[in-house]
Write a protein that binds this ligand. Sequence first.
Ligand code: NAI
Length: 350
Amino acid sequence: MKRQPASTRSNGAGQRNGRRPVTLIPGDGIGPEVIGAAVRVIEAAGVAVAWDRQAAGAEAMRRVGTPVPDALIRSLKRTRLALKGPLETRVGEGYRSVNVYLRKTFDLYANLRPTQSFQGVPTPFRNVDLVVVRENTEDLYAGIEHQVTPGVVESVKVITAHASRRIARFAFEYAVRNRRKSVTAIHKANIMKLSDGLFLKCARAVARNYPRIRYQEQIVDAACMRLVTDPQRFDVLLLENLYGDIVSDLCAGLVGGLGMVPGANYGDRGAIFETVHGTAPDIAGKNIANPVAAILSAAMLVEFLGYKSRAARIRSAVEATLRTGRSVTPDLGGTATTSAMTDAIIRAMR
Ligand code: NAI
């Protein structure tokens, strides 16, 4: 009997007045605009959620002097579910990434990004339909860095059999449940023989339990080239943390950019659904951010809560709105505001 990996369905814990409590983290920059759009869509889909709004990142820093307030952690411990916008993280200075902190604290070990082409979205690639499964808790993101001597620093890459096996199981279980055909493990084991070698060894061992899913391996540099020459050949991609971070953004580029791709982080006891794009400070506050990534992340949350057909309705409405191309934001070649595009998606749901 196979051990069940992280659930991609809610355990239904803690209903309040028939409404499922979910922590709402609007985030920084364009976060409140796109997460606001997602909340409207969830409500229009008739899904009863009791939102517990919490600040994090730069907004929390301004308000209470820490990017991860205790109230946020208490809320997440209670709800074990969140819908989250992007959070500002300074490069090379300041506090550590709140995203990485939350994933590690709640052991949200599997990052999932379904990446799909939509008609009407300007991109040279057609019929892309792949899913990136990224290990979320270790690798160079273990955050073990030190200075050996001035001018020499070391950053430690941590790969364990435990984390490698469970992310591989997650990828294969996802493939089975979603009628996917293949899982491709992406690695650099030709150079990092021990660390990536262990990751591959675990993936191969797990693959043997899933004879109906084709298992293949590709070196990360070659995989990047193939992803931009022949993306239709990929199905489920299985990656360590750093390769997953980079390759998942590459994949987003195939389907129109970060504004188009939803994301979720799953653990055995909870999940955070989030936009994968950043805070977009250049367009924040202008009501022109593309809400699709947030709305598709909301659809993943709705499905997790057990409302599969409502999630499908949200996705179809996004698809229809993009296809007609009439009410889309400037990044998609249109002139609509975030609110107008959200209105169009809600109309398409009816
Ligand atoms: P970014 O994703 O914020 O922006 C890159 C470009 O994409 C910008 O031109 C922006 O206008 C555009 N863009 C992003 N989302 C869009 C949307 N929904 N609609 C239309 N255009 C959109 O990445 P950047 O500039 O590297 O990072 C800005 C900040 O966001 C940084 O502080 C970074 O740490 C943070 N960030 C947070 C993430 C998260 O919380 N998950 C993920 C990535 C970055």
